[in-house]
Each structure stands twice: as structure tokens, then as C-alpha cells.
Design a protein around this ligand. Sequence first.
Ligand code: GDP
Length: 299
Amino acid sequence: LKFKEGLSKTRDSFVGKMEDLLRRSKKIDEEFYEELEEILIGSDIGVNTVLELMDELRDEVKEKRISDATELQPILSNKLKSILKDHDNALNFQQNEMTVIVIVGVNGVGKTTTIGKLAHKFKQQNLKVVLAAGDTFRAAAIDQLKVWGGRVGVDVIAQQEGSDPAAVMYDAIHAARARKADVLICDTAGRLHNKANLMNELNKVYRVIGKEVPGAPHEVLLVLDATTGQNALQQAKTFGETAGVTGIVLTKLDGTAKGGIVIAISKELSIPVKLVGLGEKMEDLQEFDQQKFVDALFP
Ligand code: GDP
């Protein structure tokens, strides 16, 4: 799926409504501003960002004496574009060393699927990939990862349910080394019932990885479900504070009108969105590209 198709729901609801309002508004009055504000807030861009945008827009309308609402279209899209600029989205890939990527996020957001898709992506680049089943809390998580490993054709290093995730990582690193892997992708447990617990477990995992592979993990990718809108933003804040997240993978963008969440994340956090999920298949993972994103929304 291309960006354009994947973002069609966001485009139809949010951008479509906005364009419709601009087109049918006879004048720029309070009623117009209120309706525009409502549309923007509904798109999950984030209330603070919307209020800021609205203030800037009102100033600009006054200053330039704009009376025709259609003139606001390029002004609005440029403002949204500028929020998304200046993020380095490239994965931190090691040239002379095995790259270790840790995947974190709560259950159900699409972690396992993302790991499968990433493994596929790397394999397409002729890289050797090994997966580590670090979510030992759920037997289903281990099984699911094995299913993806089989589907993509990469090895999965796993232990039994309930085993120590740090021990799984230790095993996985040695197995990956023995197999001369270029990339090791590590799954982690997805329960967020207790921040301190989660932090302890992740820190233990990071410590083992860092001891075995100096400088690793090279990426800690937080997987977020775009359909949950503001909840995703809250998870980003929680994990960002505790889990040393270096990048975000935003999944299920294809199934939601809440694509504005990308803008909210860019604005409110200093963590770049690096990848987006645009479907359930192994090919449906794309590097996040700001330009393509805004072009898909505002063609
Ligand atoms: P986990 O519990 O975080 O490991 O979540 P899973 O990887 O099992 O995914 C949960 C559900 O979301 C599955 O049905 C996936 O097929 C689906 N899913 C994951 N990523 C995407 C995506 O980018 N788009 C769509 N439409 N579905 C996705």
C-alpha cells in the first residue's frame, strides 16, 4: 500500500471536511473559526497544537486582511507541513557490527506484525535477520512471533513462557552472532500495568544487550496504534520517559481517520516517527517520509 491509499481515511474525513468548509464559507467569522477548530481537533492533531494554529491563523487573517476562506487552504497546509519538518527518520544502522533493535509497546498495537514486517524489509535488502522472543509473559506472543518467523523465513530464538526475558536476549545475541546475523530484532513484553515494573524489565534487557554488544540497543522502537489517537500519544509520553525510545512505529494508519496523530507526536515529542504500518501484510511497512505524508493529505 502506498501512502496515498493508506491515508485515504484521514484524507477523506479531516482534510476533506476542512476543504469543504473553506469552499462553502462565505466569510471568515467566529462561526467559521469554531467549525474549523472542531474539524482540526477531531483529526487528533492535538488540542494544544490546534489552539496554536488557530491563533496564528487569526493573526494572519487580520494582518493580510484575508476575507476569502479558500485563501486559507495553502496557509493551513503549510503550517501543518512545517510542524513535520526536521526529523531524522533513518534507522540507526551499524555497518561493522550486528544491529540490535528492541521493539516496545503495549499489547495489541501491532508489535509482532511490525517485527515480521521489519524482518521482511531487511531480508529484502539481503541482510541476515534473527528474531528474539522477549515477550515471555504470553505463550501466544512467542507462538505468534514464530509464525511470523516462518512466514518471512528468519530464525526465532525463544524460550518457554515465563522465562527471564534478559536470558532470552543473551541466548539470542549468541545465536545471532553464531549465524552471522546483520540484525537482531527483539520483542519485549507489552504490559504497562506498572511503570516501575516495565522500566525494570526493559532496563535489565538493555543491560544484557549492551554488555554483549557494546553500544546496543541501537534502536528502541515504540510501536503505537494510530487508531487509538490520543491514547497513542499518552503511551508515547510514558514510554518516552521510561524506555529510552529512539523512534516510533505508527501502525494501522490505513484503518483510521486519525492520521493527524503523526502531527501531534511530531509536535509534542522529540521522538521521530520512523516507520508507519499501512496494512496487515508483510510489505505494508513504510519508512515515514514527511513530504510524502503531507503530499498524500494535501495533493
Ligand atoms: P501485538 O499484540 O502488539 O503483537 O499485535 P499484533 O502484531 O498481533 O497485531 C494486532 C492486530 O493488528 C493484528 O490483527 C494485525 O494484523 C493488526 N495490524 C498490525 N499492524 C497493522 C497495520 O499497519 N494495519 C492494519 N490494518 N492492521 C495491522
